[in-house]
Design a binder for this molecule. Structure first.
Ligand SMILES: Cc1ncc(COP(=O)(O)O)c(C=O)c1O
Length: 445
C-alpha cells in the first residue's frame, strides 16, 4: 500500500469517529499523526510539524518517551487495574498520592484521582457541596466562575466555563453557576474606580457578585491561575491575594484549576507558587502524565479532609469513578513527575518561556501583533486590526494558524489570540523556529 493510499483509507475509516469542538465540514482531510518525537509530530504522509501546543497543553515531557512506555508496560503486566473502593488500594496510586501531597501547598495533603480535567472539576464541585452540608450550611450551593474561563465539558464543568460557544447548543449553563469579569488587563470589561488598580477592580467583581447572590448561598469560586482556552488571560499581580481575602471574608471556598498550569507549565511546578496562593481545592490533569495515559485529580485542604474523615457513616463522601487511582496511569504519573524534576523541566520552562516571549515581542514589527503575554511556556499574542482600536481580528488569527500548520508549525487560535504551549523539553533552536515560522507567515500575509 502506498503512503497516499493508506492515508485515504485512514481518512475513510476516521469518518466513523465523531470529532468534537469543530464542525465536521472542517474535518475533511485531517492531519493523521503517525508518530511523534520530542516536540515534533510526524504525519503518515511524511509531514513534520513542530507542535507548539504540546497536544492540548499537556505533553510536558515531550513525545516518544520510551521510559514512560516501559513503566506502563511493566505496571500493566503486574497489575493494570484494581478497584480503589471498599478498603482496597494499589501501590502506584498510594505512591503518587504521597508524592503529590504538599507539593502545591503545605495544606494540600489529600489527593483524589480522576481520569481528566472535567472529572476533576466535577469532583471539586461535589466536594464543596458536600463540605457545606457537613458544615450545616446546605444552602451554600452557588459556584462563581469567570468569563473566558474553561473548566471542561461535563455538565457542571461546562456551566462553570465562561464561554458561550460551549453553552448555546446544549442549553447550558445549569442554574447555580454565575460568572464575573475576567481579570483581562488588555480588555477589561468591568468597571475600574478612580485610583483603583486592575487587580483590585477585578477582585471587587467577585466581592460584588458574592454580595448580590448572598454570601449564605455561595459555595465556591473557581479560577484558572492563567486562563487558557478562553484566550490566555494573565491576571495582574496581586489579584489572587485579593481573591483569597474575599473568599475568606465571606466563607467561600477557593477552587484553583491547574489542569493546564500544573506540572511546570508556567515556570513553577504549580502556578499557585508564583504568589504563594492557598487554594481549598486544586484540580489537576494533563501534565501529571504528560498525556501518555489519562489521569487527573484534586488535592484538598487538610480542613476539607478533616470534614470527610469525621462525617457519620451515612454521610460518607460517596463519590468514586471506576478508574480512580488506576494503577498503570498512576505509575506513569509518578515517573512523569519524577522526570519533570530530574530533567529540570520547570527551570527550562522558565528559561525557554522568556526566550519565546522575547521572540514573540520581536513580531510586533508587524502592526497587527499586540499584547504578547504569558508565563513560562504558556504564552499568547493577539492579532488586532490596529493597536489603537485593539479591535480583535479572529479571522486573521485563524488564517495565520492554518498557514503556520502548512509551514510546519502547530499553534492554536483562541479567538484572535494565538496560543503557544510547547513541550517543556523544547530547546532554544526549536523556540527560535517557532518565531521564525510565524514571522514568515506574517510576512507573507
Ligand atoms: C483549565 C482546564 N480545566 C479543565 C479542562 C478539562 O480537562 P479535560 O479535557 O481533561 O476534561 C481543561 C481542558 O483543556 C482545561 O484547560
Amino acid at each position: 500500500m502506498t503512503a497516499t493510499l493508506e492515508h485515504a483509507t485512514l481518512v475513510e475509516q476516521d469518518k466513523h469517529q465523531l470529532h468534537g469542538l469543530h464542525h465536521p465540514e472542517r474535518h475533511s482531510n485531517p492531519f493523521v499523526v503517525e508518530h511523534a518525537e520530542g516536540v515534533w509530530l510526524y504525519g503518515d504522509d511524511d509531514r513534520k510539524v513542530l507542535d507548539a501546543m504540546a497536544g492540548l497543553w499537556n505533553v510536558n515531557v515531550g513525545y516518544g518517551s520510551e521510559e514512560l512506555a516501559r513503566v506502563a508496560y511493566e505496571q500493566m503486566k503486574k497489575l493494570a487495574y484494581t478497584s480503589g473502593f471498599a478498603g482496597m488500594t494499589n501501590v502506584p496510586s498510594a505512591q503518587l498520592a504521597d508524592k503529590l501531597a504538599g507539593m502545591a501547598h503545605p495544606t494540600l495533603n489529600s489527593i483524589y484521582f480522576t481520569s481528566g480535567g472535567s472529572e476533576s472539576n466535577e469532583t471539586a464541585f461535589k466536594t464543596v457541596l458536600y463540605y457545606w452540608r457537613q458544615m450545616g450550611k446546605p444552602e451554600k450551593r452557588t459556584i462563581i466562575s469567570r468569563q473566558q474561563a474553561y473548566h471542561g465539558i461535563t455538565m457542571a464543568a461546562t456551566s462553570a466555563t465562561g464561554l458561550d460557544k460551549y453553552w448555546k447548543m446544549f442549553g447550558l449553563p445549569l442554574s447555580g453557576f454565575v460568572h464575573i469579569d475576567a481579570p483581562n488587563a488588555y480588555r477589561f470589561t468591568g468597571s475600574v474606580h478612580d485610583g483603583e488598580s486592575l487587580a483590585d477592580a477585578a477582585a471587587r467583581a467577585l466581592e460584588e457578585k458574592i454580595l448580590s447572590e448572598g454570601p449564605e448561598t455561595v459555595a465556591a469560586f473557581i479560577a484558572e491561575p492563567i486562563q487558557g482556552a478562553g484566550g490566555l488571560v494573565v491576571p495582574p499581580a496581586g489579584y489572587f491575594a485579593r481573591v483569597r481575602e474575599i473568599c475568606d471574608r465571606y466563607d467561600v471556598l477557593l477552587i484553583i484549576d491547574e489542569v493546564i498550569t500544573g506540572f511546570g507549565r508556567t515556570g513553577t511546578m504549580f502556578a499557585v507558587e508564583h504568589e504563594n496562593l492557598r487554594p481549598d481545592i486544586l484540580c489537576f490533569a494533563k501534565g501529571v502524565t504528560s498525556g501518555y495515559i489519562p489521569l487527573g485529580g484534586i488535592m484538598v485542604s487538610d480542613a476539607i479532609r478533616a470534614v470527610i474523615d469525621n462525617a457519620p457513616e451515612e454521610m460518607a463522601w460517596n463519590h468514586g469513578f471506576t478508574y480512580s487511582g488506576h494503577a498503570a496511569a498512576c505509575a506513569v504519573g509518578l515517573r512523569n513527575v519524577e522526570m519533570i524534576e530530574e530533567q529540570g523541566l520547570v527551570e527550562n520552562s522558565r528559561i525557554m518561556g522568556d526566550r519565546l516571549r522575547t521572540g514573540l515581542e520581536s513580531l510586533r514589527e508587524f502592526r497587527q501583533v499586540d499584547n504578547v503575554r504569558g508565563r513560562g511556556l504558556l504564552n499568547g499574542l493577539e492579532l488586532v486590526k490596529d493597536r489603537e482600536s485593539r479591535e480583535p481580528d479572529a479571522d486573521l488569527a485563524g488564517q495565520v494558524c492554518t498557514m503556520a500548520m502548512a509551514a510546519g508549525l502547530r499553534v492554536r487560535p483562541l479567538g484572535n489570540t494565538i496560543a503557544f504551549s510547547p513541550p517543556l523539553t523544547i530547546n532554544a533552536d526549536e523556540v527560535d523556529q517557532i518565531v521564525d515560522i510565524l514571522g514568515g507567515v506574517l510576512d507573507r500575509i
